[in-house]
Design a protein around this ligand. Sequence first.
Ligand SMILES: C[S@@+](CC[C@H](N)C(=O)[O-])C[C@H]1O[C@@H](n2cnc3c(N)ncnc32)[C@H](O)[C@@H]1O
Length: 116
Amino acid sequence: MVIEYNGTILRKEVAIMKEKIYRSQNRAVFMFRIDSEHVVDATRTGGLARYINHSCAPNCVAEVVTFERGHKIIISCVRRIAKGEELCLDYQLDSAEGQHKTACHCGAPECRKWIN
Ligand SMILES: C[S@@+](CC[C@H](N)C(=O)[O-])C[C@H]1O[C@@H](n2cnc3c(N)ncnc32)[C@H](O)[C@@H]1O
């Protein structure tokens, strides 16, 4: 394990509402979808894991561990990581359209060009 993705677990509907509020406040939004019904909101309560960028050839993977009393998102490495190397994840975001697409700058030879 490298780090846990901390934050507040929200139902999907609440997360959608909160995201609108954060955007209206020009706040950067940090959210991680656990499953179709739950999201971890790290915008105000999260730790350093929220700053991990996307890569199409990541050195880390995020796994959702489900407990009786909730969920945890555990980030582990998938290969040896050199000192000073940036941690990165494949966000595996649903594909977006038009202006909602974000160009990927991961620089990997196998880059898919978009993060969503
Ligand atoms: C969870 S934040 C990652 C931390 C962010 N870079 C920061 O400085 O706060 C996710 C956002 O970072 C940017 N990002 C992350 N990985 C990227 C990539 N490979 N290419 C382009 N933008 C990326 C996108 O704007 C994305 O919505």
